[in-house]
Design a protein around this ligand. Structure first.
Ligand code: NAD
Ligand code: GLY
Length: 374
């Protein structure tokens, strides 16, 4: 679907996700949130629900509400507690409570305004409320703009595993307003960079080189640099998701660093490390495992580690168990969604720009944990 844009929005870029009748546009640019034109062409309804959290809503909800006003007679707000620790059934229920209390029907459009936590929960709520209502992503973190808002994965956490309860449910549009990134704390910006960097080693070495050269611009919130990083990341993700929407195979490469990363998040307790920080460190660990398996040169891993470090991300993993740290990592990684019959599947780098999904001997994984953690 082409979104109509005013001439002043000439810098706005679009990336298309091609999924037959579930195809949609990712709109990337500035001043999008305030503009009713951004939301033209979405399904008509008497009501809309904006799902956000206590941090993002005071910054942007009123502006989004004003931009939606010409399209929806009644606009409600559901404000969730902020944080990964609240990506739970209880928070999900708050969205259902709001939808039901306001008498929202099955045409009601749900707008997710926030980072990946809000997006994943609002998406899951939209997927299940009355068996599915229309849903739009308005991501406000770098991580959400380059990854979580795109591709239709929605979920909540379970104490025993990250993102274990959820659904594939595509949004109708993704609106990435780069201006919202200006209020993002630096630590969150770095966390988002982890998911940007991820696309280099798995799919596009030229992009990794570009990131390396522009890290200062990206960390300084330079609009042009961010616009390119978001667009290129979304293009790569769109290509992968377009070929394998429900992760029958290829899509798993987007989880580079996530097997170790999810173990770090679950092992420390959700929210202690940011998701992007855990993924950044997890990518160093997965790259090291790739090296130990003879798939990439030590020099490449060293350089890659340097990029992660320069992006302000941790490169040394935490100790999750003082007695046997490697055993604890292995135990947590067996709960990963990619695991098959208890065998952990890792996304590994099979030469720069090329990813492969495969198992690895426990002794090598132990060596990685021992070498990469405190
Ligand atoms: P987040 O949603 O917790 O947001 C990070 C913090 O920034 C929060 O405190 C939030 O309130 C705040 N914030 C958001 N936008 C802001 C803004 N513009 N200005 C100031 N503060 C702002 O974290 P995240 O990194 O966006 O997302 C992480 C989540 O995304 C994890 O739960 C992860 O599992 C999920 N994820 C999902 C997918 C997917 O495909 N669905 C992919 C990657 C990650
Ligand atoms: N973030 C991984 C995926 O969307 O598949």
């Amino acid at each position: 679907m082409q979104v109509s844009l005013t001439p002043s929005k000439s810098q706005t870029r679009q990336v298309q996700i091609h999924l037959a009748e579930r195809s949609y546009a990712i709109v990337i640019g500035c001043d999008l949130l305030d503009d009713p034109a951004t939301f033209e062409g979405l399904p008509r309804a008497s009501q809309a629900l904006i799902v956000s959290n206590g941090t993002v809503a005071p910054l942007y909800a009123e502006r989004l509400q004003a931009a939606l006003k010409p399209h929806y007679p009644k606009i409600h707000l559901s404000i969730l507690p902020d944080g990964e620790a609240y990506k739970t059934w209880e928070s999900l229920n708050l969205i259902f409570d709001a939808l039901l209390a306001k008498g929202c029907d099955r045409k009601t459009v749900v707008f997710a305004l926030g980072g990946g936590v809000v997006g994943d929960m609002a998406g899951f709520a939209a997927a299940s409320y009355m068996r599915g209502v229309p849903f739009v992503q308005v991501p406000t973190t770098l991580l959400a703009q380059v990854d979580s808002s795109v591709g239709g994965k929605t979920a909540i956490n379970h104490p025993l595993g990250k993102n274990m309860i959820g659904a594939f449910y595509q949004p109708l549009r993704v609106v990435c307003d780069l201006d919202t990134l200006r209020t993002l704390p630096k630590r969150e910006l770095s966390a988002g960079l982890a998911e940007v960097i991820k696309y280099g080693p798995i799919a596009d070495t030229a992009f990794l080189t570009w990131i390396e050269m522009h890290l200062d611009d990206l960390m300084g919130c330079d609009k042009d640099a961010l616009a390119y990083a978001v667009k290129r990341s979304c293009e790569i993700k769109a290509q992968v998701v377009g070929q394998d929407e429900r992760e029958a195979g290829l899509r798993a490469i987007l989880n580079f660093g996530h097997t170790f990363g999810h173990a770090i998040e679950a092992g420390l307790g959700y929210g202690k490390w940011l998701h992007g920080e855990a993924v950044g460190c997890g990518m160093v660990m997965a790259a090291t495992l790739s090296q130990y398996l003879g798939l990439v040169e030590p020099g490449w891993v060293q350089q890659f580690r340097g990029v992660i470090e320069k992006a302000g991300l941790p490169v040394v993993g935490p100790t999750l168990d003082a007695q046997d740290n490697a055993a604890r990592y292995l135990e947590l990684m067996r709960v990963d969604k990619k695991a098959e019959a208890g065998e952990i599947k890792f996304v590994l780098i099979d030469g720069p720009g090329q990813a492969v999904v495969r198992g690895a001997p426990d002794e090598l994984v132990r060596r990685v944990v021992d070498d990469c953690c405190h």
